[in-house]
Design a binder for this molecule. Structure first.
Ligand code: GRF
Length: 193
């Protein structure tokens, strides 16, 4: 059964692109019902439009969080989406929203959680001097970057790495890991439904 995804992205959208590519290649049995962004100039929006995927822009700043939650919930209900995918979505979602969609929101984070939660995870890894970092796909809960881990990939930190060079090496793994983790998680979800 094809899993239906609602994707939230704030920026570049390379993970969103990797999800579309995996669907195209037949590696992920999914359909993206909408791309929702809190940033009107997010390149992810153009990518969705080019692929014929409906888009929606809605601010998720503090005062707008209820409106954002309502817009996403309506889209999920109308489209019958099974999962909400955070592909570089840079705002915290309200606890109410997370509760309402419990177990159905997945995020990718550029570190081996529980290390280096929050912003600038590759910079945190370089600063800490760790020799291995990576990326994590996890279920979103009300606590930031703390939900159950679904999949991880390790990436070496090399001599002379900056936050940018490490982030670029991690990103290559993100593009492989996220679609694969969505596929695995959705199979379990749909079988259990
Ligand atoms: C990725 O590094 C992801 O792990 C983090 O935000 C970044 C988004 O990149 N959550 P992109 O927009 O998918 O290119």
């Amino acid at each position: 059964m094809t899993v239906k995804l609602t994707v939230l992205a704030s920026g570049r959208g390379s993970n969103f692109g990797a999800i579309l590519d995996a669907i195209e290649r037949g590696e992920l049995d999914a359909r993206v019902t909408a791309l929702i962004s809190d940033q009107p100039d997010a390149p992810a929006l153009a990518r969705a439009q080019a692929a014929g995927i409906p888009t929606l822009v809605q601010s998720c700043r503090k005062a707008d969080k209820p409106a954002f939650a309502q817009a996403v919930t309506e889209q999920v209900q109308q489209s019958g989406s099974d999962l909400i995918i955070l592909a570089g979505f840079m705002r915290l979602l309200s606890a109410d929203f997370v509760e309402r969609h419990a177990g159905r929101i997945l995020n990718i984070h550029p570190s081996l959680l529980p290390s280096f939660k929050g912003l600038d995870a590759p910079a945190q890894a370089v600063e800490a001097g760790v020799k291995i970092s990576g990326c994590t796909v996890h279920v979103v809960t009300a606590d930031m970057d703390a939900g159950p881990i679904i999949a991880q990939a390790a990436v070496p930190v090399q001599e002379g790495d900056t936050a940018d060079t490490l982030a670029a090496r991690i990103l290559v793994e993100e593009h492989r890991l996220f679609p694969a983790a969505i596929e695995t998680y959705s199979r379990q979800l749909l079988v259990g439904a």
